[in-house]
Design a binder for this molecule. Structure first.
Ligand SMILES: C[S@@+](CC[C@H](N)C(=O)[O-])C[C@H]1O[C@@H](n2cnc3c(N)ncnc32)[C@H](O)[C@@H]1O
Length: 353
């Protein structure tokens, strides 16, 4: 019914405009208050030219359009557009502000190994034991997991989920290789699933498929369990572990995704994880990576990338934005590597021969 679609589209656009305006106001206010207490040394941040802001704005509009178009062409239901991390806004937003002075203080002191004594740091890779984003407890507490989704949404002006959903169309297209497999026997793994946002979207698109998620953080997996069981649908199987040694047997999955994680890994871990994704995929299986834009994708946005890695403690970002991920994928055995970019993200889509 076209009139219903129009109303849904309007509702989506209005909601997204509201989120973008709120995020901008939030970042402006937080920036001003933060710099009152901890003024940044001259030259620490780069000025973002108006042209770059315009380009980012246009890219934001386009990703939202693409999000809607993918609903229109039946890739996933419109309900996914309204399944968002802002539903817990009233409980999460005050916590975002409560954490802010601690983040400013760590940023000012450039302290990124600040873990309270009650946080169990045993058994994690060294590169992981950091306060990414200068956030309290890194990825290792329920408190961090409770505010992470909203923090990412605010960072991306309300479009983090729209960027996550860009893995859906290429994944669905790749799964066409398995039309002889009944939908309930299709297995899809989300590597480093965090709080389970991508799994929720995967479940919306593939309601019958067997979904799996894994992550190093027990706290983020607890949050994922909570978020995934809050709405009806098959529960994905979640496992705690290191993606450098995926806890699954060879050739098990038809599809594998990995969202917003590669920029937080040192280069050797990136290669190991890509090789593991290759190992656990069936021949013909599809692998989709989503992560930040890289240096030369939209050169005008480089000042934003510089400011992001400076303000957010992202120690592997500079290496990541120069990295040849396609080469790492082909070295692991992947073929037909295709690339897309949407708003601030880049996507690598590949097949196991
Ligand atoms: C920036 S978050 C992205 C989370 C989620 N994919 C999303 O879209 O929000 C990075 C995630 O990668 C996980 N992670 C980092 N290194 C990992 C590793 N070696 N194995 C498994 N998970 C890892 C972290 O615990 C965290 O949940």
């Amino acid at each position: 019914m076209p009139s219903t679609l129009t109303i849904e589209q309007l509702a989506y656009q209005t909601l997204q405009k509201g989120k973008a305006a709120f995020s901008l106001a939030h970042k402006t206010l937080a920036g001003r208050i933060g710099s009152l207490f901890y003024p940044a040394p001259e030259g620490k941040y780069r000025r973002v030219p108006d042209e770059a802001i315009d380009i980012a704005r246009q890219r934001l509009d386009r990703v939202l359009e693409t999000d809607w178009n993918d609903v229109d062409r039946g890739i996933y239901p419109a309900s996914l557009l309204f399944d968002d991390a802002w539903q817990d806004f009233l409980s999460s937003y005050p916590m975002v502000w409560l954490d802010m002075p601690l983040i400013w203080d760590r940023l000012h002191r450039e302290e990124y190994r600040d873990f309270a004594t009650n946080i169990d740091t045993e058994g994690y890779p060294k590169y992981y034991l950091r306060n990414f984003h200068y956030q309290t407890d890194g990825y290792l507490s329920d408190r961090s997991a409770d505010i992470y989704d909203l923090q990412v949404e605010l960072l991306f002006n309300g479009a983090a989920d729209a960027m996550r959903r860009r893995v859906l169309a290429p994944l669905k297209a790749g799964l066409q290789a398995f039309t002889d497999v009944p939908p309930k026997d299709i297995r899809v793994l989300d590597v480093a699933c965090g709080t389970g946002r991508t799994l929720r979207f995967l479940r919306g698109m593939l309601p019958k498929a067997a979904l799996f998620g894994m992550d190093l953080s027990p706290a983020y997996l607890r949050k994922a369990t909570q978020l995934l069981s809050a709405v009806p649908g098959n529960l994905p199987q979640l496992l705690q572990g290191n993606a450098e040694e995926l806890p699954y047997r060879d050739s098990y999955f038809h599809g594998v995704t990995c969202v917003f994680t590669f920029h937080e890994l040192p280069p050797t871990a990136r290669s190991r994880i890509i090789r593991e994704c290759f190992r656990v995929l069936q021949p013909g299986g599809v692998f989709v990576i989503c992560d930040s834009l890289q240096k030369d994708d939209v050169p005008e946005l480089e000042p934003m990338m510089h400011n992001f890695q400076t303000a957010f403690h992202e120690p592997y970002f500079i290496d990541y934005i120069r990295d040849d991920i396609t080469e790492r994928m082909t070295d692991a055995g992947f073929v037909d590597v295709a690339i897309e970019t949407h708003f601030m993200s880049k996507y690598w889509i590949a097949r196991k021969p």
